[in-house]
Ligand binder design. Structure first.
Ligand SMILES: [Cu+2]
Length: 141
């Protein structure tokens, strides 16, 4: 009986995973004037007992969105596309400046701080999670 319950729980976890993933502190940086690419950040919380993987993000407001990682190589800060962002069981991953981030290409319309952009997050198990991310001004340095 216990094995049966475990099996049912595993099944339920795999097919309702997105409901067990929550998103916090999402934001999309307003593109710099004249630029058609910008970055987005958020924190993913995995409330399940299995690893989850964010594999894609899409939005009607952008032509293309990639998952990126910053890395130091040969003393240079660069960024590269990654296939997936893994969130360990019962853990969180933050996308933040200088690390993992969303790279958003070619906004279909000008973005202003205060508006929100709908994003669809796609996970490796096929689950999808829709969120509204606020647009924020590029911080001054
Ligand atoms: Cu990038």
């Amino acid at each position: 009986m216990r094995a049966f319950i475990a099996a049912v729980l595993l099944f339920a976890t795999q097919f309702a995973a997105a409901e067990n993933i929550s998103i916090e502190d999402s934001q999309i940086r307003q593109p710099m004037p004249g630029r058609t690419v910008t970055a987005g950040y958020l924190t993913l919380h995995n409330h399940t007992a299995v690893e989850q993987q964010l594999v894609a993000v899409s939005s009607a407001a952008f032509a293309r969105i990639e998952l990126h990682q910053h890395s130091h190589r040969d003393g240079m800060m660069r960024m590269e596309q990654v296939d997936a962002i893994t969130i360990a069981a019962n853990a969180s991953v933050s996308l933040a400046p200088g690390g993992l981030h969303l790279m958003l290409f070619e906004p279909v319309a000008a973005l202003q701080p205060g508006q929100t952009v709908g994003l669809t997050l796609v996970f490796a198990n096929g689950e999808q999670l829709a969120i509204e991310a606020p647009v924020v001004a590029m911080p001054k340095r």
